[in-house]
Design a protein around this ligand. Sequence first.
Ligand SMILES: CC(C)(COP(=O)(O)OP(=O)(O)OC[C@H]1O[C@@H](n2cnc3c(N)ncnc32)[C@H](O)[C@@H]1OP(=O)(O)O)[C@@H](O)C(=O)NCCC(=O)NCCS
Length: 168
Amino acid sequence: MISLRRATAEDVDWLLALLTDEDTEPFLGGQRALDRESIGAEVERSLSEPERFGRLIVESDGERAGHMGFEERSEVHRIAHIGGLAVHPDFRGRGVADEAARQLQRYLLIDLGFHRIQLKCYGFNERAIRHSERAGFVREGVERKAYFRHGEWQDAVLFGLLREDLNV
Ligand SMILES: CC(C)(COP(=O)(O)OP(=O)(O)OC[C@H]1O[C@@H](n2cnc3c(N)ncnc32)[C@H](O)[C@@H]1OP(=O)(O)O)[C@@H](O)C(=O)NCCC(=O)NCCS
């Protein structure tokens, strides 16, 4: 049983541990601030601007299993960008991310009324690319050598999903 809920101040230390874990951090965007104060500020923003910004906890049978974030990218064009996807290593390989992504898609495209949602994975992140494809995101292209990470220029694979792509 997978569900999503807003993160609260009580989740900040757990999020800090998850996002800085050596099995997670190397796959996240290099610009992300990963200290307690920044994560705490993001959690507060998620609670005060819920339609524009989200820090969401993925739960599996009521236990914290992962994190997903989103941010409004364009108010005019109703675009949201998804980021900070991470499933705790103990919960990987069982479809937790796939089910959580499908719930997030419906939340953003139906409940919050975004027209388009998008995300990017580093070209070397094969697990996240496979997951994004399984979860129904449409692979839209590659930004070649767009980001400097781990001492090298990395490709970014762009995925998108439109409201009309959902069969509901
Ligand atoms: C990317 C990430 C969230 C994906 O989570 P995951 O556990 O690897 O993927 P899922 O939960 O979707 O599980 C899928 C795997 O479980 C297997 N699986 C087992 N039971 C399953 C089920 N019922 N449904 C779907 N998949 C199942 C699948 O075969 C798949 O294995 P494969 O990738 O070897 O083909 C996770 O690896 C992660 O946190 N990585 C570090 C951070 C990161 O890369 N973030 C993304 C930034 S863009």
